[in-house]
Design a protein around this ligand. Structure first.
Ligand SMILES: [Zn+2]
Length: 112
């Protein structure tokens, strides 16, 4: 393992670090929307590359989410609707049976 012969002084350290520079990323202007775009990459603003639409990721995701929510909503709504219908039927059956019993009682009392 290489071992430094002498301690690096503050001056040498500073001179070495003076050459560390942040380089500006090379960009071009999007031919579709005019936004600055990294070279050889799809435009992040409009999804175009070389003037052609490439990425429709955001749009697809939106559509999928809408479909999912719609499906869920319809399933839930249909289930709820079915449950409501069943409840209503049960209530109707109970009401009709009670009415029938009452009518039978009235008939019996009239006959007597
Ligand atoms: Zn663009």
């Amino acid at each position: 393992m290489a071992v430094p012969k002498k301690r690096t002084g503050h001056s040498a350290q500073g001179k070495r670090r003076a050459n560390w520079k942040a380089t500006k990323p090379e960009t071009t202007i999007c031919s579709n929307c005019g936004e600055p775009v990294l070279t050889h990459t799809v435009c992040t603003a409009c999804g175009h590359y070389k003037g052609e639409p490439v990425s429709l990721k955001d749009k697809k995701v939106e559509v999928k989410e809408e479909k999912k929510t719609a499906k869920k909503a319809t399933k839930k709504s249909t289930k709820k609707a079915e449950a409501k219908v069943e409840e209503v039927k049960e209530e109707a059956v109970e009401e009709t049976s009670e009415e029938v019993k009452e009518e039978e009682k009235e008939d019996k009392s009239v006959e007597e």
